[in-house]
Design a protein around this ligand. Structure first.
Ligand code: AMP
Length: 607
């Protein structure tokens, strides 16, 4: 049997760790480094490069070098986040058939799962070499703020890399495990995680071996790269002022400036001033090549990025409020993520909390170490010690109402695992299918949240309207991953359901003139939009077979439904009262127990 490792799949760097002889340790690579850059590239010879090799050639090959791909994983091409990154990323993003993001590298299209899998494969390979043993299992960490779709994508990447992924673990929980396990603590900690691309803050209660997340939140678009961007903008402006040349259109120059900016930023965590010297960046008007050659002080960097650090502190305040905790009730703040090494971050956190952060965790290694602890605990079954992880849902999950707003099924910070049951009723005679769109996010309007997927319940038995009632159970497991099942209440039979991730045309606003004048004579499967119709309807004749057809039909029907919503308010109003018909609050089943017990092993782990 192969070994089980923990992997911190970071935006900029990834790190792997293993528990051996009862102690966790980071797996180091040939050169002694403990992290590998999360970078993928194809060079001009067509060779695929991952990690240090890919990063090394990034400046010369920026359009075919994929960095920070974690920021894109599981996202809809039309989401605001993708719009933002398109402006700063040097590689090309392309829209996939289901609105997913694809990356074009040397004319080949890759899914985000494939890119992440390439990085995971590299980590697996390096770990196998370092351990002289096969590695076939990994607990992979994700930001606590990742939604269901992003978690699923990370799982899929693991599978593509030939790794069994027994658990996707939240990064702050992993850090808390690394900090607190085996110390018999009774503490409330806040994990402040400022990495390359994301900021997470979680409040976690540690009671000996129970790690209970009280609240979590963050900003998926705030991280080290934003600090680099600030320096980069400053360099670009300075260069334009000095030489009248705008370098922002030159991808190679941008990549070189970005690299120099990051290096300078990291240096300024330990020194007060540094120099950015990038030779031969552009051709001057008079002919000779020009260099970027500027001095950057820590003070200037702090001035350029103070608002970013302030944003993290505001998020901390908000999450504390949501957790119902005061700063005085928080015993320790753990700083993790490379960017938390910045002195300004440490100063602001100290100012806010009224005391310095803990020195008990290594900012770069804690998450990987925690993941390895979890991997080991899941792999080593038969011991008497248990680790109990109690997690919460990072963002609400819900379905759309007719006015486009979200009906929340699961609230933010609800304890996981959890489940809810709703009853759906057919609204047309012989209705054969029902479609349900599920969203996750904190905005009131569904379109502003992430579409997790579209569930289509099909082959519903023909019956007069409202004579079929489907009991739909929404189950979120302990990793925050959603599953749906449906049962015909009258017959007790399970109803077939298909999940379509990121359905066509979701985030795009439909042009009214494209809508059909009237509903087609035979209605295709229609989406469920709450509470406008009791449920989506079809006569059954238009039941599509092939998947792409289904997606198209669904998309067409959506316009029809919207049209009707405007045309027949009274009919819909009645439906509003009918929904939800029932909400079950039965006791959780064994699998849906609140206690996510993990068989532990770790007696004397920290020795
Ligand atoms: P992570 O995702 O945790 O690996 O964090 C990587 C981010 O931390 C990158 O943006 C790095 O530039 C940044 N970083 C790493 N070391 C330092 C440092 N000493 N000072 C400031 N930022 C750093």
């Amino acid at each position: 049997m192969g070994k089980a490792i923990g992997i911190d799949l970071g935006t900029t760097n990834s790190c792997a760790a293993i528990v051996e002889g009862g102690k966790p340790r980071v797996i180091t690579y040939k050169g002694g480094q403990s992290t590998i850059p999360s970078v993928f590239a194809i060079n001009e010879k067509g060779e695929r490069l991952v990690g240090h090799d890919a990063k090394r050639q990034a400046q010369l090959n920026p359009t075919n070098t994929v960095a920070a791909a974690k920021r894109l994983i599981g996202r809809n091409y039309h989401s605001k986040t993708i719009e933002k990154v398109k402006q700063v990323f040097t590689y090309e993003l392309v829209e996939g058939e289901s609105n997913e993001v694809l990356i074009k590298v040397r004319d080949q299209l890759f899914t985000l799962e494939q890119i992440s899998a390439a990085i995971l494969r590299k980590i697996k390979e390096v770990a196998e070499e370092a351990l002289s043993s096969e590695v076939d299992q990994a607990v992979i960490t994700v930001p606590a703020y990742f939604n269901d779709r992003q978690r699923q994508a990370v799982r899929a990447a693991g599978k593509l890399a030939n790794l069994k992924v027994p658990r996707v673990l939240n990064e702050p929980t992993a850090a808390a495990l690394a900090y607190g396990l085996g110390k018999n603590l009774n503490q409330r900690v806040a994990v402040y995680d400022l990495g390359g691309g994301t900021f997470d803050i979680s409040v976690i209660d540690i009671k000996e071996r129970i790690f209970e997340v009280i609240a979590t939140g963050g900003d998926t678009f705030l991280g080290g790269v934003d600090f680099d961007d600030r320096i980069m903008q400053w360099v670009l402006e300075g260069f334009q002022k000095a030489h009248g040349i705008d370098l922002s259109y030159d991808r190679v120059a941008i990549q070189r400036i970005r690299d120099a900016a990051e290096t300078a930023k990291i240096e300024l965590s330990s020194v007060m001033r540094t120099r950015l010297h990038i030779p031969y960046i552009a051709k001057g008007e008079e002919g000779p090549m020009l260099d970027v050659d500027v001095e950057l002080t820590r003070e200037k960097l702090e001035e350029l990025s103070a608002d970013l650090v302030d944003r993290t502190v505001q998020t901390v305040e908000r999450i504390f409020r949501e957790a119902g905790t005061t700063k005085q009730q928080v015993d320790e703040v753990l700083l993790v993520g490379g960017q938390s090494r910045m002195p300004l971050v440490q100063r602001r956190v100290t100012e806010f909390m009224g005391r310095p952060p803990s020195k008990g965790v290594h900012p770069d290694e804690a998450v990987g170490i925690g993941a390895s602890i979890m991997a080991h605990s899941l792999a080593a079954a038969a011991t008497n010690d248990d680790v109990t992880l109690l997690d919460v849902l990072p963002m609400p999950i819900g379905i759309n109402k007719v006015d486009g707003s979200m009906h929340v099924l699961f609230h933010k910070n609800e304890r996981l695992p959890d489940y809810k049951t709703r009853t759906l009723t057919t609204s047309k005679d012989n209705q054969r299918s029902i479609m349900l769109k599920i969203y996750q996010g904190e905005q009131n309007i569904c379109a502003d949240n992430e579409l997790l997927g579209t569930f289509v319940f099909s082959n519903i038995r023909p019956a007069p309207k409202s004579k079929v009632q489907l009991e739909v159970t929404f189950h979120i497991d302990s990793e925050g991953i959603l599953n749906l099942t449906a049962r015909d209440k009258q017959t007790g039979q399970t109803v077939e359901s298909t999940l379509k991730l990121g359905k066509v045309g979701e985030e795009k606003k439909k042009e009214p003139e494209k809508k059909p004048e009237a509903a087609p004579p035979v209605a295709p499967p229609m989406p469920f939009t709450m509470p406008q119709s009791t449920l989506a309807a079809t006569t059954g004749k238009a039941e599509p077979k092939a998947e792409p057809e289904l997606t198209k039909t669904v998309s067409r029907a959506e316009s029809t439904l919207t049209e009707r919503a405007e045309a027949k308010p009274t009919e819909e109003q009645a439906a509003e009262d009918a929904w939800p018909l029932a909400e079950t609050t039965a006791a959780p089943t064994a699998e849906a127990s609140l206690w996510d017990k993990v068989t532990g092993w770790f007696k004397g782990l920290f020795g």
